[in-house]
Ligand binder design. Structure first.
Ligand code: ZN
Length: 353
């Protein structure tokens, strides 16, 4: 019996490594280090075998406290289109060092280029090309953090030359690859922490604008989180302009003035930026659901991608992700604490725009 079980697990592990779509629906795999479970064919990065457990159904995994992956949605019955799009994602990830045309990708997953482009965008919030380029950037970032040299990492990540990677990442990261590798070395970040109705408020900025607005119970924790994100940046308490920015955010929180004129230094993908811009148009006192934002962007199936963009927002209040709630009226998540979100929304309802 034991022998039989371990053999099964071995074939399951092989299916996971091959992202075998035909194994979907037969079992899910759960990752102990992240507490997430996935379909066998999930396009996300493969975990270490030692962290992996197998369950026959999503319910079994959830009974053990695992949460469903947002990327492969192991709870939802999968449509044929959804499966092909995940196959396309996997194919792109396996060919990051090449330029995969829409025609070639279409042949690979048996869809016309036009239909592929549209469906891909509808389900993932980005185009195949945008997806490949985001994965390349992600791969390069992780290699840089592992300490590989810039030229090695750029070639490993599928860029034809360091200068291409350089141009690309300057637009996306706001920092050059070398700077990122050094944890923001050479970047000067000033911050201030002020009290507010929603707890301690940290506002940090580079010379280009505000790069972080975070909320927490104490200044020490907020400072530590900022330093952890940019371990090598020159971080110091600031004053002058920074205090003006912080005052503007506090005023805004209290119902006075707007934040439109604050200079922002945000980094995000094109899709994230579109979501964040849409959030900035939600008036105080109102809320939207993730699905409504997706519809507003003309991508009604991208609600999950919208939720992810909200979760990666670094600018509390200024980009009011707290005004996005679940379709069923539930609060959804909040990076700075669900209770804080509840309080913010209550205050705003009492004092709308
Ligand atoms: Zn997954």
């Amino acid at each position: 019996m034991l022998l039989r079980l371990s053999t099964d697990d071995e074939s399951r592990w092989a299916a996971v490594q091959n992202r075998d779509t035909s194994a979907d629906g037969h079992f899910v795999y759960a990752v102990a280090s992240t507490r997430i479970y996935c379909r066998p064919s999930c396009p996300s990065r493969r975990p270490h075998r030692r962290h992996v457990r197998f369950f026959l159904s999503p319910e079994d995994a959830e009974a053990e406290g695992y949460r469903a992956c947002r990327r492969c949605g192991p709870r939802e019955p999968e449509t044929a289109a959804g499966r092909r799009i995940r196959e396309a994602q996997t194919y792109l990830e396996q060919h990051l060092d090449e330029t995969v045309t829409l025609e070639r990708l279409g042949r690979e997953v048996r869809m016309s280029p036009y239909h592929l482009q549209r469906t891909f965008k509808r389900l993932t919030g980005t185009t195949p090309r945008g997806y490949a380029s985001a994965r390349r950037l992600e791969q390069m970032k992780s290699r840089l953090k592992e300490g590989k040299s810039v030229s090695r990492a750029t070639y490993d990540a599928g860029y034809s030359s360091p200068s291409r990677a350089y141009d690309h990442s300057r637009a996306r990261l706001g920092m050059t690859p070398a700077t990122y590798r050094r944890g923001g070395q050479g970047v000067r970040i000033a911050y201030t922490v002020v009290p507010s109705e929603a707890g301690k408020l940290l506002v940090a900025g580079t010379e280009r604008g505000i790069c972080a607005v975070t909320l927490g119970d104490d200044a020490v924790g907020l400072e530590a989180a900022l330093r952890a994100e940019y371990p090598a940046a020159e971080i110091e308490r600031g004053n002058g302009e920074l205090e003006e920015w912080a005052r503007a955010v506090v005023d805004y929180l209290e119902g006075a003035g707007g934040t439109e004129r604050l200079p922002l230094d945000v980094r995000g993908t094109a899709f994230q930026r579109k979501v964040w811009e849409t959030l900035q148009r939600i008036p105080r006192g109102s809320t939207r659901s993730y699905a409504e934002i997706a519809r507003e962007l003309g991508q009604p199936a991208a609600a999950r991608a919208v939720a992810q963009a909200c979760a990666s927002n670094r600018l509390a209040l200024v980009i009011p992700c707290h005004r996005v709630v679940r379709e069923d009226g539930g609060l959804g998540g909040y990076r700075w604490g669900i209770e804080r979100k509840r309080v913010l929304l209550e205050r705003e309802r009492r004092r709308p725009a």
